[in-house]
Write a protein that binds this ligand. Structure first.
Ligand SMILES: [Zn+2]
Length: 126
């Protein structure tokens, strides 16, 4: 006679595992989206900063780094860079949960044992 309690428990474990997997994949997707967003934001701020510096250089060479608009743009670049670093750290922390110590040879992001591509940088691995 089959042990129904045992079977039921196994079935519930499988369901919970699947749900956890979905949650995990969803949180990864969210974090990756956040990382993309932060990267785009940084690109925009860098472009803005570069344009300001170029214009300032045309007005006066060497550039006056204390100029208000340049100092403000520089601060925004730094803020965006920090946000990007934070987003990357969050993604890596989440990835590390299932990595078992494997890391990507290109970007050092944690990998799962079954990864064929790095989830952080997209490089093929293994
Ligand atoms: Zn990588």
């Amino acid at each position: 006679m089959p042990n129904w309690q045992d079977l039921k428990k196994k079935a519930m474990d499988a369901v919970n595992n699947a749900a956890e997997q979905v949650d995990y994949q969803l949180s990864l997707t969210k974090l990756r989206r956040g990382l993309d967003q932060a990267q785009k934001e940084l690109d925009i701020q860098l472009q803005h900063f570069g344009k300001l510096v170029y214009e300032a250089m045309q007005r006066h060479d060497p550039v006056d780094w204390e100029e208000e608009s340049i100092a403000a743009a520089k601060k925004q670049v730094e803020t965006s860079q920090n946000q990007l670093d934070e987003a990357r750290a969050q993604l890596n922390a989440e990835l590390a949960k299932s990595s078992g110590g494997l890391v990507c040879p290109s970007c050092q992001a944690p990998l799962s044992a079954t990864s064929k591509f790095c989830p952080a940088c997209g490089q093929p691995v293994g």
